[in-house]
Design a protein around this ligand. Sequence first.
Ligand SMILES: C[C@H]1O[C@@H](n2cnc3c(O)ncnc32)[C@H](O)[C@@H]1O
Ligand SMILES: [Zn+2]
Length: 441
Amino acid sequence: MESQNILIKNAKILNPLGNGKTEEKNADVLIVEDKISEINKEIEESNAEKIIDASDKILMPGLVNTHTHISMSLLRGIADDLELDSWLNDYIWPMEAHLNREYCYIGALLGASEMIKSGTTCFSDMYFYMDGVAQAVEEIGMRAVLSYGMIDFGIKEKRENEFKENISLIKNHNNTADGRITTMFGPHSSYTASVELLERVRKEADRYNVGIHIHMNETMKEINDSKEAHENKRPFELLDSIGFLNSDVVAAHCVWLDEKEINLIKNNDVKVSHNPCSNMKLASGVAPIGELLKENICVSLGTDGASSNNNLDVFDEMKFAALLQKVHTLNPKLANADEVINMASYNGAKALNIDAGAIEVGKKADLILLDTKHPNMTPQSNTLSSNLVYSANGSNVDTTICNGKILMEGRKLLTVDEEHILSEAKRAIIEMKELKEAESE
Ligand SMILES: C[C@H]1O[C@@H](n2cnc3c(O)ncnc32)[C@H](O)[C@@H]1O
Ligand SMILES: [Zn+2]
């Protein structure tokens, strides 16, 4: 893709400030190469090769999805209305046994297309055949933090294989695609990974200078099982006891936390990825977001995979994050629109250690424009954040820019052939279902 300076004219800008608040302004924004180079009234048009007229549009940072399994978009709708344990053991893992690199590549293109079309510019992924996922990210132009889902169930040979996979991902893809792809270790959870695996992950993450992406405290069963298996230790206590917790850990879910665990998260500056849709759909519970925000813990948003959500639209995630806390605590002020905007942008970028998530000079140009000329965006609310959290949805996104390149304009994907991806995805899931049926015959 050729680099061109882009001038966004007459935008209504919503900028998250990182303190749970946002600011609004009317200005032009100039993008030079991969960065925001100027924010000002009436920037000279001759500075740009491409001019976007953003009258009637809202400009905000591209959304950051801090926990997903992108290739699971192929498994959308294969098993609904189940709790996590049965969903994983009886349906998802048996189906995932038939994945291969090609399917994960197609699934990643499908998921990335959905994300770009709903305003996400960066995601953090934990899955399998990550080389195929990296190829999809490279081609489509998004930003991504990739990790391999490490599961050993205490089996030494399996453990060796998991390190081989994750280390090869790091060696081949960390800081590639013009810096758009970075990597992490992805130990699945403290119930599928042994203490030996988790201890070694901490050491290798320090050695390779990458972060760690892990599922934590998702269900009540997980807490009870942890206490039974590990001398009454809850999952965060277990990880603390082996020196695992640090500011580079992104912990997905964090639904069932006691006061001691919240202190461990705070004192170790662990980043929390809140996944309200998945938590509601799998009936896992309600994360104590109010308590976490009170402690100034960095809370961001994740969709989880498209099989437990069942979409990858972070606009939905924002609305559900806000509404779930209100109904659960009977406090309408909790998880207000400004806080939720910060979670989906500024905090997500901070959790993933990327220089985006806000509209400031020098930041990466990961930006989206929403069209306000839609019935659901009319009339405008008093504040842009209210509009974006409560009224908008992903299909209001008109333009998506990542690393200074336009990935979607006028809702048309520019870097890939959307029709082709949809037909390839349909073919892949038919083939996987056939393989699964043949196996059970
Ligand atoms: C990487 C593996 O993680 C599995 N997975 C997807 N969603 C969840 C979840 O909410 N909790 C635990 N594990 C999950 C995915 O299917 C892969 O097997
Ligand atoms: Zn997950």
